[in-house]
Every structure is written in C-alpha cells, then in structure tokens.
Design a binder for this molecule. Structure first.
Ligand SMILES: [Zn+2]
Length: 241
C-alpha cells in the first residue's frame, strides 16, 4: 500500500499534510474512513519527527531501547544466585543451563516419572539410581569430575547445590580472579555433566571422566585467554594452573 501510494517506508507525517490539510491517498480514505478524524498536526519546519514511547504508566517518553527494556522488564524480586549465573566473563550457554537448573527445570527423572511412572530409570553416568537429585553432586562420576576441577581453585568449596549457590553468590561484589574462576568452573562443570548425561541418553556416546575434565579445562582455558586482567600474584598463579 505504501509503494502503491508512491510513498516510502521512511516517509514522515509531513508527506501527508499540504497547506494545513491532510492529503491521504484517495483509496486509503475509502478503506480507512477514520483517517479523516485524525487531528491535523501543526507542522513547524523547525521540529523534526521523532519516535516516542508510551510507558506502562501512560507517560510519554523519548524512545530508546533502554527505556523500552526498563519499561517491559517485570518487577520480579532479585534472586541471591544472580551473580553466580550472570557476570561479565560468563559463558552464556553455561549460564543458561545453570539458570534452568536453579529453577529446577531440566527434564531429570523425577520430572519424567510423572508421565512415565513405570519406566525403569537409572542415572546414565553411574547406572545406580535415578538421576534427579543425584546427578550433579552425589553421582560417583560427577564427584570425580568435581574433585579434579576443585584442584584449580584456591578456596575449598564444598560442592553441593545449596551450599555452592550460597557460597559463590556471596562473591557478588568480588571481581577477583578467584571469584570469577570459581563461578566459571561451577557453570562449566554443571553444563558438561548435563551435556554428558544427554549425549549418553540420546546419542549413546560416552566420554570417560578424564576426557570430560580435559574438555572442561580446555573450554575454560580458551575463555580465560581473552580476559583483560590486572597484574597480581593471584592472576599469575591462576595463569599457571
Ligand atoms: Zn549417577
């Protein structure tokens, strides 16, 4: 319709006002009679068109992506674990799995059992029990991966879901290399255990613990290579590790 009326996609209101009157295309006036009722704007050569945004509270503001984002954002309370998941150096796909896990969303066996109650379900990593609460920490396969990765951290963290989330979340204001690496390690281990569980389950491909640890270390090494850091003993020590 725009091209049929010899207008352009970026045509402005001024193109449709001539000598103080509307000059809508004739077929538009027939198709959309309400066009006649729109008040004719007083055009001032000095004023150019601009985009505005009407907020949820019906206030007219300058349009910017920031304004729209803030306006559309829900007023949910801030969760304690947000700094564990979202931080400048995070690996987004790891953050996404962690975020789901923190809301108890992954399709572990306890959730599957609701609609497949008679299916025999065993953890694909150790084949001992359902993977539900056990998968990330209690599983013997996962424990060995954690133990190996713990050697890279200066602070001994007892890895279990609640303790770690609380422990690492406290590091929020702390941008030290140890805090960043702890959070990266946590996200990477959860991500790769979840990935290993899924490739075993759906593709029948297995990796042993050593090879999973190697993949995690390599992923973190590549991520950390592009950090810009301030020179310090802690940074040098982490570099060696
Ligand atoms: Zn297991």
């Amino acid at each position: 319709m725009i091209y049929g009326a010899r207008l352009q996609n970026d045509s402005k209101v001024t193109s449709l006002v001539q000598r103080g009157n509307w000059c809508w295309p004739d077929d538009w006036m027939i198709r959309f009679p309400s066009l006649r009722q729109i008040q004719i704007p007083q055009l001032d050569e000095e004023i150019s068109d601009k985009a505005l945004w009407v907020t949820r509270t019906r206030q007219m503001t300058e349009y910017s992506t920031k304004t729209v984002w803030i306006d559309m954002e829900c007023d949910n309370p801030k969760v304690i674990w947000r700094h564990l998941i979202w931080f400048a150096q995070c690996i987004p796909r790891h953050s996404f799995v962690l975020w789901m896990e923190n809301q108890n969303r992954p399709m572990t066996h306890d959730r599957v059992a609701v609609w497949k109650p008679n299916e025999p379900m065993k953890c694909v990593l150790c084949a001992l029990c359902p993977d539900s609460d056990h998968l990330f920490f209690a599983c013997s396969y996962s424990s060995l991966v954690w133990n190996e990765m713990l050697k890279t951290l200066s602070k001994r963290i007892i890895f279990d879901w609640n303790n770690t989330v609380e422990e690492i979340s406290k590091m929020k204001a702390n941008n030290s290399i140890d805090s960043i690496v702890s959070r990266l390690v946590f996200g990477a281990v959860v991500y790769f255990i979840w990935q290993e569980r899924n490739t075993r389950m759906f593709k029948q491909i297995k990796r042993n613990k050593e090879s999973l640890v190697q993949t995690i270390k390599e992923t973190l090494r590549l991520r950390m290579m592009i950090f810009s850091v301030k020179e310090s003993k802690a940074v040098r020590r982490m570099e060696e590790i």
